[in-house]
Write a protein that binds this ligand. Sequence first.
Ligand code: SAH
Length: 370
Amino acid sequence: MQDANIKTTSSEGDDAEKSASSAKAQTRRELRDLSHGELVEILEQLGQPKFRAKQIEDWIWVKNAQSFDDMTNLPKSLRASLAERCVLGGTTVAAQQVSTDGSRKYLLRFDDGVAVECVGMPSGNRLAVCASTQAGCGMKCAFCATGASGLTRNLTASEIYEQVMHVRDDFNTRVTSVVLMGQGEPFMNYDATLAALRRLNSPDGLGIGARHLTVSTCGIIPQILRFAKEPEQFTLAVSLHSAVQRTRNMLMPGVKRYSLLNLYDAMGTYVDITGRRPTYEYALIRGVNDSDEELESLVDFCRGNLAHVNIIQLNQVPGSKFEPASEARAGEFVRRLGQVGVEATIRVSRGADIDAACGQLRQRMERRRG
Ligand code: SAH
């Protein structure tokens, strides 16, 4: 960690003001949570033509309007009537870190005070965003900073979506891909996750191709099977981390009840239905899942199946007993998988000088607040 290269900014001062205004707003609906039908209905009640719905949706889903007054092509009287019926909640940046490699990490705070992390990772003319689907997480993975503090709440579809708009606006460039690999387990918040993905994919939203939208799950089998039947070609990543049952039970106790055998079957069904290649994430942990026995189990799990293995260098979480394996060992995993025809890559770690991935920025800020 090179603290000298880190620029962290934080703005916590306006909290009291925010909570007072959100208390007042309690009876009004959040504009971004209205369905298209509900918005049309409100506009009808206000005697407004139908095309206003499209204009408003463009303001919230494309232009990322932060207030009704931003919506300059709406009559002032309509903006006022909307403000009487709805709120347009804002996110504030509670903290931000900029890495020397260009990636930026944000802690975004919603109106109720809950904060989540998202990251923007530029590379050439591409911009990848990593977004959260829950505040906190209930899955208790032993190596994960978010898992340690439990689930706070599910995010709404618009809260998932807003993170991506925020990163886009901060970089002032098009987002080319999104991975839901921030905080939380997307498949424990399935409906909101799918709604957010659909809007990210929609030409009336950010228009990102479905194949460039990736959901990462710790392996909730019923939802993997449900996801397989969705019509869009979204990409699936599964956190495997070990193909040995006892090791995986220790690392990922939240999915103990879904055995590796059942996961193997479910992934077979997923591939049969979709024809798409899933990614398996495997964070190499020294002395835990990096042995030859572990490697051969991983080979058996993947051999002959459509699979891409992403070897991840473990991000070290302060106070954790887990340490990353060596780069050489990661290389050996990739080579051995390649020998049996399984494509494997080592994930380039971005933002290693900032609070990296995996809940560390939130953890640090919440400690300060508490
Ligand atoms: N709950 C989902 C998505 C969020 S976590 C899932 O489990 O897939 C995104 C990825 O980061 C997962 O593969 C997760 O296992 C991994 N991860 C969590 N903590 C990590 C750490 N300290 N180092 C490396 N990867 C980690």
